[in-house]
Structure formats: structure tokens, C-alpha cells
Write a protein that binds this ligand. Sequence first.
Ligand code: NAI
Length: 434
Amino acid sequence: SVTTEKFKVKDIALADWGRKEIELAEAEMPGLMALREEYGKDKPLAGARIAGCLHMTIQTAVLIETLVELGADVTWSSCNIFSTQDHAAAAIAKSGVPVYAWKGMNDEEFDWCIEQTLFAFEDGKPLNMILDDGGDLTNMVLDRYPELVKDIRGLSEETTTGVHRLYERMKNGTLPMPAINVNDSVTKSKFDNKYGCKESLVDAIRRATDVMLAGKVAVVAGYGDVGKGSAASLRGAGVRVIVTEIDPICALQAAMDGYEVKKMSDSVSRADIVVTATGNKDIIRGEHFEKMKDKAIVCNIGHFDNEIDMAWLKKNHGNTHVEIKPQVDLYNVNGNDIIVLAEGRLVNLGCATGHPSFVMSNSFTNQTLAQLELWQNHEKYDNAVYMLPKHLDEKVAALHLAKIGVELDTLSKDQADYIGVEAEGPFKPEYYRY
Ligand code: NAI
């Protein structure tokens, strides 16, 4: 069902507080502010009707207002039922952007919110651009509204899990428009996924539980970008961290970064804290819950809640469930209390406020450049998944240096020739891995 309401948020009275925090965040998001400066006058996104589905936080508000400043009409929903910051949503609603998002919605409301954003544009026409995080908006358009596809110039995707879905579609021949994989810009996955989680994982566990972290034992499943940041986050708090992996390269990296690397089945009984960061499913199952210590804390920082078998927990031990507070639940398994955060959904956005602004500025500068590229040059692209060129990746990084006092050396012509690059970049070949 599609509504005529121009927005749906928890409480529009929170808008002034949201506005104050948005203004603070702007000072930490130099990449987005530089794009406003560079393109704000020319309005290169004029005519674009961008439907966005991405955690409706303060940082995302700065992204939305950047797209608007560049000339786009924008509608918004959140890509997780717990990740909205209600004051951010209120401020965005008050600014006139149709936003459908509140913290703690149910699954039906989640779908309803995404659906609204397809049609809520000012001129009454449906979307012609997609900005997605995890692929739920993309799937809704492609599977349920295929008639809208012909007018959509392209989509940009924020996260690892959504990008997997796009490559799968490309392989199966079911990707009907060009897509830009924002996640794999170096200035996205090697920063947001890693340094972002390094800040936001421990933030979430502390806000949810207030537990003393120093001295505890944690198991982190997965040592990709998110796992690396998550393990570092816990180590920084004095936690002794065990990593589990299935990939020998990532396992070796974890070991040489100084972590124990063990099987989940053997290490879960030692854990005070269990964190899944794989983007895979069925990582924590019944047999693992049954081995956990009393008061073990269990959470997921991957995109979807299928990393932890919540269905098993609810089916077999749902009768012991006690809500401590929203997004903090207790279950008892064979005499041991288990504390589950954010119902197994991504914990840093469910129990805290996601990553800090500075790192999200890197991600969202990539997002904005991807939207600009697809809007202006869509006819240059096939129905395939692309990445932004390296010179733009380097530009995103460059825009974030001054804020933290970084000064770059420059290459002489002679030096540039010697290492086979241009003095102004790109500074690395495509195959370089950072
Ligand atoms: P990645 O692909 O770099 O890392 C995942 C790692 O998990 C890989 O090294 C893989 O070998 C490992 N893995 C897979 N199955 C496993 C298993 N059964 N046991 C142990 N390890 C296993 O992916 P990335 O970028 O780290 O993303 C992980 C998830 O986090 C994705 O769902 C992504 O969308 C999400 N994400 C969440 C963020 C947040 O703020 N909460 C931020 C960025 C990404």
C-alpha cells in the first residue's frame, strides 16, 4: 500500500535536536562538504529522483542533504529495523524530504517504508535512481516493480552483502541496469568496514551492557574488513580476542596480527562475548548456544541477522526470554543466561549509533560520486557492476586529509617515472591491495 503521507517518523518534535547534531556532523564530513562546494552551484543531479535505503542516521542526513544540494529529489528509508536515529529522521522530514523511518519497526513496516520511497517524489513520478545498502530496495524494485526499471539510470550499493547480491544478478543475467559497487572503493571498505567497526563495535557493547571489557575473552567470527576492525575494537578495550575463519589467508593475517585462531566449536565455550562478522549465515547455531558460559554476550555486526540462529533460540528457549531493555534480551539455555544484542541484527547500529561521521564521510563521498557518474553518464555503462576509478578513490581520501592535519609529500617527475606512475596519480596499479 502506498500512502499520501509525506513522511513517517517517530516524533517530528525531535527535528531541532536532529538539526543541531547534523550541523556538528557536517564539520566532521569534509568530503561531502567539498562536493557541495564543488557542485552545489551547477546542480548536476537536477532531474534525478533518488530513492535511498540506508541506515537513517545523522551521518546519512548529511549525505541526503548533499544530494539535495546537488539538485536531486530524494526519498529515504532505513535498511535496518533498528538503525534509525529518530532525531535524524525528524530533521530530514522537517526539511521536506519524504522519509519513512523509525527505530524499532517490524518487518512489514520495513517493507512498507521502502515501498513508499519509490513513489513519494515531488513531481509525482517514480524513482529514476537507486541508492542502496544491502540490496533490499534493489530487490523490491527488480522483483516487485519491474515496470519501473526502464526509467532507472542506475544504482549504487553501499555494503559487502548487497554487492554480493549484485554480482550474483550479473552472473545470472538478472541485473537490468548499471550498478556501482561503492563498498569496494578502497576509501570505503578499508575505512568504514574496518576503522568504523573499530569505533562502533565496542561502543555498542558498552551502551547495551555496561560490562567491564578489559580481561574478558571474545570470539570474533570472520577476519575480513569488518572482522579486522571488530577484533581491533575489542583488543583496544583490553579484551583477549580469538578469531575464527574459513579462509587461510585471513586466518594467517589474524594469527600474525597476534590473535588466536581457532574453530568456533572449540572456542565458543571460552567466550564472554561472541561477535559474528562474516556476512555468511548460520555461524552461531544451537550447538554453540548450548556450550556458552553463563552471561555470555552474543551479537552480530554483519549486515543480516541470519549469522546467528535466532530462530533456534526462540523456538527452544523462547519461554525463558526476558527483555532487559530495547535491543538487549536475555535467554536461558540449559541453566546459563545468554545476552543477545539487537536480536542478532547489526549491533553497532542497533545498540549504538553506527560509525562516526568522519569515516562515513569517506563512504558517502564515494556514494555521491557514484550517483553523479550514473546520472550523468549512464549510457556509457552496460548492465553490469562497476567500481569507481582509482583517481576518484584517491580524491575521496585527499578530501579528508586536511581535517586531520595530514600533509602529503609530492613526487618529482623523475621519481614518478621511476615507479611508473603519473606525478598527480593514480599512485598505484589496479591490482594493488592496500
Ligand atoms: P569480508 O568478505 O571482507 O569478510 C568476511 C569474512 O568472513 C571473510 O574473510 C570470510 O572468509 C569469513 N567467513 C565466511 N564464512 C565464515 C565462517 N563460516 N566462519 C568464519 N569466517 C567466515 O566482508 P566484510 O566487508 O568484512 O563484511 C562482513 C559483513 O559486514 C557483511 O555482511 C557486510 O555487509 C557487513 N558490514 C557491516 C558494517 C557495520 O557497520 N555493521 C559495515 C560494513 C559491512
